[in-house]
Design a protein around this ligand. Structure first.
Ligand code: ADP
Length: 647
């Protein structure tokens, strides 16, 4: 009984949840749909009443003959029944179409909220938090792939109005013409049937999601088998069979338990509810029959009672337009709400100090990390440990350290994608949290190792460095030229207007090295348009040591005068930087110029020699790649890269 109570409460709680979302469909449309559903619920009752009256009038009409008053009364009843029938045929598709419109509007609103939440996040934190990412994935996949969206839940819920209007209306007819206790018994039997269907769906739904981990894993196998990115390896290693076997095995294991439970969930209750419904229906009909036999009710009343009683009972079924929708449709919305909460929790952590300051033109002297501590949310392990570091304005500082030393984390803090958990970052002695986040970011151009390759035109790929100036073609060309990629881009089918993705008309695919140059042009474009700090976080990591070294050398030239930060895990590729900082375990362990650090004979000297040795050994094989990246004669205009140009 207790479980039953909570079960019912659960259903109503989820209904309230849907009701709160319905207004997103627009007041006018929602009112119209509710009205249509009430009409749709009443029309079958009108049909029943009219046909029953018609049946009742048949004996008199037959006696009166064609053309008599009784005959006309029969024809009128027939006309009303026919009209009710035709009206149903007209209103039902209209209701379905408007329900679809409502569904789309609501889904559009939910998508808008999702996008707004994603963009609201000033930091990157939410998008690196597994729980928040799970919510986001749930929202996106169910919104995009499921039939049962929040919009479908809303129109499904409104469709229930039609069904229940019809159920209660039919029962009321039984009450009026025959007996109210019989009407109540019919409604009870119908609801018990409904409970068997709808309640079973709820239990089944819960069960379906118990093995969600297996489901995700299975989907991963399927997606991997179908993804273009994995196609090469799958073929070379012959993984196709392995992937499809694993997919099938996981799905079968998962579904077998669901299927076994399904029998328990649906079959036994089905028998019990059916028996109950059968007894109530039989008793009611028998009572109706006996009353009719006793002659206490008219033929019309008998027809009404019979038709309305059966119409009530017929509604004790699964409603295909509402049940699954209201059960599963809100999954996506739950995901959106979870994601919003996750984003809000991180958002509150973005600090704005007062008085607010402007960052334009800064730094004039230096950026300083002062005793900065940081650990990622959900982890206690310090990634930056009381870090002290100065980045002089107008100079190029290289930060080197082995993988995991904390270099990228340092850049994320500089760009305020996270806030330090201790200490502060000062720009000419002003705490960076005194600037607005967006204002400060407009001072920084960062190219991360996993920089974006936008499937947009070459010009847009560069222009994104300063999107407000994206229409300035001359400056885009200048940035491209300085990054050494202009000639290559101009030779593409539509020059700078060529989409950088093969799947588009006239689209082109760039090589890895060319993409890096495009990314660098993006950063240079930001620099030319007001940013004063440029950070390169290993965008050259996919290249060999010599190529990276050659590139950095040119880069130091090109960015002379700007506050530049070069990040690398290769000690031997940054020697041209003005200042080299060695990071280890989240702390600065050495710093100075290349010569000073070699003379000091510490960690830098050790790792530099180690890597430089390998670099000399591999020189012959690497020379080809180096020439490719470094370009033939400066970053001004590359030669040598054209050979790998567009396919
Ligand atoms: P580097 O750039 O020097 O290779 P990172 O700054 O990327 O190092 O990472 C420093 C440490 O922080 C590593 O141990 C890494 O595992 C951890 N780390 C990086 N990103 C995250 C994250 N989003 N959540 C938790 N830990 C992270």
């Amino acid at each position: 009984m207790k479980a039953y109570f909570w079960g019912v409460l659960d259903v109503y709680r989820s209904y309230f949840h849907i009701v709160a979302l319905v207004p997103a469909g627009g007041a006018g449309l929602v009112s119209l749909l509710i009205t249509l559903n009430i009409v749709l619920g009443l029309l079958p009752i009108l049909f029943i009443v009219a046909t029953s009256v018609m049946i009742g009038r048949v004996p008199d009409a037959v006696a009166g003959g064609v053309g008599s008053r009784e005959w006309v009364a029969l024809v009128v009843a027939f006309a009303i029944a026919a009209s009710a029938f035709v009206a149903q045929q007209i209103v039902a598709p209209l209701q379905a179409a408007l329900g679809e419109l409502l569904s789309r509007r609501v889904d559009g609103y939910v998508f808008d909220r999702l996008i707004a939440a994603a963009l609201r996040s000033t930091g990157i934190g939410p998008l690196e938090d597994q729980n928040v990412l799970d919510d986001l994935a749930q929202a996106v996949t169910t919104l995009e792939q499921s039939f049962w969206t929040p919009g479908a839940a809303c129109s499904g819920l409104i469709a229930l109005i039609g069904r229940y209007t019809q159920m209660l209306g039919s029962a009321a007819v039984v009450g009026l013409v025959f007996s109210w206790p019989a009407a109540a018994a019919l409604v009870a039997a119908t609801m018990v049937f409904r409970r068997g269907q709808r309640g079973g769906l709820r239990v089944y739904g819960r069960l379906f999601f118990t093995n969600i981990g297996m489901w995700r894993e299975a989907n991963y196998y399927r997606a991997t088998a179908l993804r273009a990115a994995a196609a090469k390896e799958i073929r070379v290693f012959g993984l196709g069979r392995w992937l499809s076997d694993h997919y099938r095995q996981l799905q079968t294991t998962r579904l077998k338990s669901v299927w076994a439970e399904r029998r328990r969930i649906y079959f036994a209750p089905y028998l019990v509810y059916t028996a109950f419904g059968f007894v109530v229906a039989s008793l009611t009909l028998a009572a109706l029959g006996r009353t009719a036999a006793a002659g206490t009710i008219s033929l019309t009343q008998l027809a009404l009672g019979l038709q309305a009683g059966l119409a009530t009972l017929r509604l004790g079924e699964h409603f295909p337009e509402a049940d699954a929708q209201t059960q599963f449709g809100m999954l996506a919305y739950d995901g959106v709400e979870g994601f919003e909460r996750g984003v809000a929790a991180f958002h509150e952590k973005t600090i704005q100090l007062e008085p607010r300051r402007e960052s334009r033109g800064l730094p004039e002297r230096e950026i300083r990390f002062e005793g900065v501590d940081f650990h990622y949310p959900g982890s206690e392990r310090p990634v930056l440990d009381h870090l002290n570091l100065a980045l002089p304005a107008g100079r190029c500082t290289a930060i080197v350290g082995l993988n995991g030393a904390g270099k990228t984390t340092l850049v994320k803090l500089l760009a305020r994608l996270y806030e330090p958990t201790g200490g502060r970052i000062l720009v000419d002695d002003i705490d960076v949290r005194s600037f607005g986040v967006d204002d400060w970011r407009s001072q920084i151009g960062v190219i991360f190792q996993d920089f974006n390759r936008y499937e947009l035109t070459a010009a847009e790929n560069i222009g994104f460095g300063a999107v407000e100036l994206i229409g300035n073609r001359d400056r885009i060309r200048t940035a491209a030229r300085r990054a050494g990629i202009l000639t290559t881009l101009e030779r593409l089918p539509r020059g700078l207007d060529t989409p950088l993705a093969r799947q588009y008309k006239d689209g082109a695919e760039l090589s890895g090295g060319q993409w890096q140059r495009v990314a660098i042009a993006r950063a240079l474009f930001a620099l030319e348009n007001g940013a004063s700090i440029l950070v390169l976080d290993e965008p050259t990591a996919a290249l060999d040591v010599r190529a990276e070294a050659a590139f950095f050398e040119k880069f130091v030239d090109v960015t002379r005068g700007a506050t530049a930060v070069l990040i690398s895990h290769r000690f031997s590729s940054v020697r041209h930087a003005d200042n080299i900082v060695v990071l280890d375990g989240g702390r600065v362990i050495e710093q100075g110029s290349h010569d000073e650090l070699l003379a000091a004979n510490g960690r830098y000297a050790e790792l530099f020699r180690l890597q430089a040795e390998r670099f000399t050994d591999d020189e012959e094989t690497e020379a080809v790649n180096a020439a490719d990246l470094a370009g033939d004669g400066a970053v001004e205009e590359e030669a040598g890269t054209e050979s790998e140009a567009v396919r």
